[in-house]
Design a protein around this ligand. Structure first.
Ligand SMILES: Nc1ncnc2c1ncn2[C@@H]1O[C@H](COP(=O)(O)OP(=O)(O)OP(=O)(O)O)[C@@H](O)[C@H]1O
Ligand SMILES: [Mg+2]
Length: 370
């Protein structure tokens, strides 16, 4: 599967742009702030219906305009489809495939798998559990539609339940029947999510370890691991909810559940964040993403789009060479690379024998270059 053509209209710093892409490697070169990452973000929209970085759709409308759209023509085994995402300020985002508008955004997720490697991936190691849940939820949602449905249900019902707890706390009374009706929806969704996260990790972990080893090199003896932690591992969720009810009313929120799950990243027996060297952390992050690529490819039987934002800036020579050799060996499908320093990238690609279609980006204008 690949993206053949990309059209932007009033998207971030682009007024209008149309790109004819290579089905292999595409490079976007340009100064800082010229709009390279924005192009990748447009591709991200077509696959995942949202921005990789901006919290709101409104933020992506070109300043002083009222609407953006992003359009892509995908080719998969000779079938062509057109995906359109449009957003008008103050209204609902619309997403369509070949002119058929989706009722729910979630219906689109997973059809055009994508993996993004970006500078802020480091947050996965440095930040709290929310970032790690987001990563694995994003991955699982692309793989498994039922997972996404359960996640949406869980998030909605949890919000309602917390609202109810606030009400109980303020009024000093409990409507047990109403609470039970929420819990009856929450528990099966949580059970599904928990079981899926657990079984997913047993499948994903060996792939991750394999990629880490490849990136870290044969000499590296350290052992890396990801451990899944959940409140509902020891005690059934329904029992936890009952047991914690009084506390939850005081706190005005649900204090246990899969919304607090974590995936612990370890190096040997210690925490990666504390004990991992910079290089080990980098290998860990790329290992996570390449394992994501592999497992998505297996699940969807399509090679995901691979977006590499600014990675030459963040990776050292050893890891760049390893990644490039994977690319030149044809391990991936369509690739998008950005770099502010075109000379360096051209050199790296040439050395690895990778042929790429080159685009120059300048202040929201993108041109095919030689
Ligand atoms: N809604 C918007 N309207 C207009 N311009 C925007 C909007 N959102 C972002 N921009 C502009 O887009 C530019 C940033 O683009 P982008 O992040 O793609 O740059 P980049 O080429 O990736 O730079 P770097 O090399 O620093 O990563 C900034 O100048 C920013 O002001
Ligand atoms: Mg950028």
């Amino acid at each position: 599967m690949h993206l053949e053509k990309l059209t932007l209209y009033n998207f971030k710093n682009y007024e209008e742009a149309t790109l004819e892409l290579s089905s292999a490697v595409n490079c976007f070169f340009g100064l800082n702030g010229s709009g390279k990452t924005n192009l990748l973000d447009a591709v991200y929209y077509l696959s995942l219906t949202k921005s990789a970085s901006a919290a709101s759709d409104t933020q992506n409308i070109r300043q002083e305009e009222n609407q953006f759209f992003v359009k892509g023509v995908f080719i998969d085994k000779k079938n062509q489809t057109e995906v359109l995402c449009s957003f008008i300020r103050g209204s609902k985002k619309a997403m369509s495939e070949d002119g058929n508008e989706y009722k729910k955004m979630a219906e689109h997720i997973g059809k055009y798998p994508l993996v993004l490697i970006a500078p802020n991936d480091i947050e996965l190691i440095w930040d709290g559990s929310e970032q790690r849940r987001k990563f694995f939820d994003g991955l699982l949602s692309q793989m498994n539609h039922q997972y996404l449905e359960n996640l949406i249900t869980y998030t909605q019902v949890l919000r309602q339940r917390n609202g109810l707890l606030r009400l109980f706390s303020e009024r000093g009374i409990i409507d047990q029947d109403l609470l039970d009706s929420y819990d009856e929806k929450l528990v099966p969704a949580a059970t599904y999510i928990h079981e899926t996260r657990k079984s997913f990790l047993t499948e994903y972990h060996p792939l991750f370890e394999k990629w880490y080893k490849q990136l870290a090199g044969k000499e590296a003896k350290e052992k890396v691991s990801i451990t899944y932690r959940s409140d509902v591992e020891e005690t059934a969720f329904a029992d936890l909810l009952k047991k914690n009810l009084q506390r939850d009313i005081v706190l005005q929120r649900t204090s246990s559940g899969i919304h607090r799950d974590d995936f612990l990243f370890s190096l040997n027996a210690g925490e990666l964040k504390k004990f991992g060297s910079q290089g080990q952390q980098k290998s860990f992050l790329i290992g996570l993403k390449l394992a994501e690529f592999q497992i998505l490819a297996q699940a969807s039987k399509k090679k995901p789009l691979l977006l590499l934002d600014d990675i030459f800036d963040k990776l050292d020579d050893v890891r760049i060479v390893k990644l490039m050799s994977l690319i030149s060996d044809g391990n991936f499908g369509q690739i998008f690379i950005t770099d502010a320093r075109s000379g360096r990238s051209r050199e790296i690609l040439k050395e690895a024998g990778v042929k790429a279609k080159i685009f120059e980006v300048q202040n929201g204008v993108v041109k095919h270059a030689r």
